[in-house]
Design a protein around this ligand. Structure first.
Ligand code: NAD
Length: 420
């Protein structure tokens, strides 16, 4: 597989590699398990026409891929980005069902997206587009079938618009149709920070196993959105010095540790970490190769390639983003002895709290912030322990062990359900 192959083809090749020791084809001959596990259940591709503020019409591609629902309703975020493609959304939906399986929550996996330079639309255009997207998906989405959530360039505001669109078309209020909502529309305490905070929870487990104390350790974070920012804040909370941070527009460095809350304020005010007076500007790549204990890639896929992997100096990487490390880079990091907490575990805090939000919506009874964070932490630590123990027993990577656990769970449900 080369980097020019599609994201999904590469994700599939990686899956087949990790599934190999399970010998599914031999153990369950004739069941076509590998084919079923690597083929999406349903792919929805559609065109959206958006009326711009100046009256012109833009034609836009949109997708929802429902990959697997053997363990429960489809679940997965929405990405509004100019590089969105069916291929990328399919790969993200694929990883999503492995993620829900590995942390043992009763959901399958899906992903959706719109190919658009969303950030350059006006707020009115953004609302029209999001509501139209929601309406077009009405017959395919629902609290017991497929539950969307935020991803790149979407957040609580978009989830509120989606809920509102469905409320207007269906005439009834189903808060559990979407997660990641604002608190006063049925969102959960802790959802905003859950992915970043959960990422550092898993990183801290791996650090403890490696004998590294986060207190006084150093870290670099790529991406300063919902995941990266909250990961950086959690690192600071745990006494770690965050020495380098980047976003799409720039990167900043400070050997003594950046003032992350001040950086967050600066980013809110200016739209970027670039120009932060409390650090010096560096090249984007400098964040990934900074000399530090921990590295958190929290931007997009394929950030850590075979070109950059040899220069990475971190001891532990926690993958906040989905698919940030290419397969060749994984091999290089493994040979260098870098511990990698894989994405399907490291960024699962978000979907765990989404599950809690769905539960709270169905009960119409809401938990405190402390309860949410405690329960998320418990689930992540349990999942980490199972993965690390298996990896230790079989002398494999955390990623290999995580994939095996996820695949076994889904296969178990697949076989129990029967095929008729
Ligand atoms: P976001 O849109 O809030 O933030 C993305 C950040 O990445 C922004 O700061 C952007 O400037 C930065 N970025 C983009 N390209 C970059 C580059 N080349 N170099 C440096 N920075 C760059 O998105 P998010 O929700 O934080 O998602 C980030 C990643 O985490 C994605 O891979 C997403 O799929 C994954 N993820 C998100 C969630 C969630 O709950 N939001 C859950 C699981 C996984």
């Amino acid at each position: 597989m080369s980097q020019n192959d599609s994201v999904f083809d590469r994700a599939k090749a990686l899956f087949l590699h990790f599934a190999e020791p399970l010998q599914l084809e031999q153990r369950y001959a004739g069941c076509s398990l590998l084919r079923r596990l690597t083929t999406p259940d349903k792919t929805i591709t559609f065109r959206l026409s958006l009326q711009m503020d100046d009256g012109t019409i833009k034609v836009i591609d949109a997708y929802r891929v429902q990959f697997n629902d053997d363990l429960g309703p489809y679940k997965g975020g929405l990405r509004f980005h100019p590089q969105v493609s069916l291929d990328e959304i399919t790969a993200l939906a694929f990883w999503m069902y492995l993620k829900t399986a590995v942390v043992d929550i009763p959901f399958g996996g899906a992903k959706g997206g719109i190919k658009i330079d969303y950030q350059n639309l006006s707020a009115a255009e953004q609302e029209r587009l999001t509501k139209k997207f929601a309406i077009m998906l009405t017959s395919s989405i629902g609290e017991d079938t497929d539950i969307p959530a935020p991803d790149v360039n979407t957040g609580a505001r978009e989830m509120a618009w989606m809920l509102d669109a469905w409320r207007m078309t269906s005439g009834s209020y189903h808060r559990d149709m979407v997660t990641g909502k604002p608190l006063d529309m049925g969102g959960s305490q802790g959802r905003v920070e859950s992915t970043g905070r959960g990422c550092i929870t898993t990183l801290a487990q791996a650090a403890a196993d490696a004998g590294i104390d986060p207190e006084g350790a150093t870290a670099a974070v790529q991406g300063f959105g919902k995941v990266g920012r909250n990961a950086a804040l959690e690192l600071v909370r745990r006494g770690c010095r965050v020495i380098a941070v980047s976003d799409i527009d720039g990167a900043v460095f400070c050997q003594d540790g950046l003032d992350v809350p001040a950086l967050a304020e600066h980013s809110d005010r200016t739209g970027s970490v670039a120009g932060f007076p409390g650090g010096q500007a560096i090249e984007h790549g400098g964040v990934l190769t900074a000399e530090c204990d921990f590295l958190v890639p929290a931007a997009l896929e394929d950030a850590i390639t075979e070109q950059i992997a040899p220069d990475i100096r971190a001891k532990i990487i926690a993958e906040g983003a989905n698919g940030p490390t290419t397969q060749d880079a994984m091999r290089i990091l493994h040979d260098k002895g870098v511990i990698v907490v894989p994405d399907i575990l490291a960024n699962a805090g978000g979907v765990i709290v989404s599950y809690f939000e769905w539960v709270q919506n169905r009960q119409q009874y809401y938990w405190t912030h402390e309860q949410v964070i405690q329960r998320m932490t418990k689930k992540l630590v349990q999942a980490y322990r199972r993965i690390a123990d298996r990896a230790g027993q079989r002398n494999t990577s955390l990623r290999q062990a995580a994939y095996e656990i996820a695949i076994e769970r889904v296969v178990g449900a697949m076989l129990e359900r029967g095929v008729q």
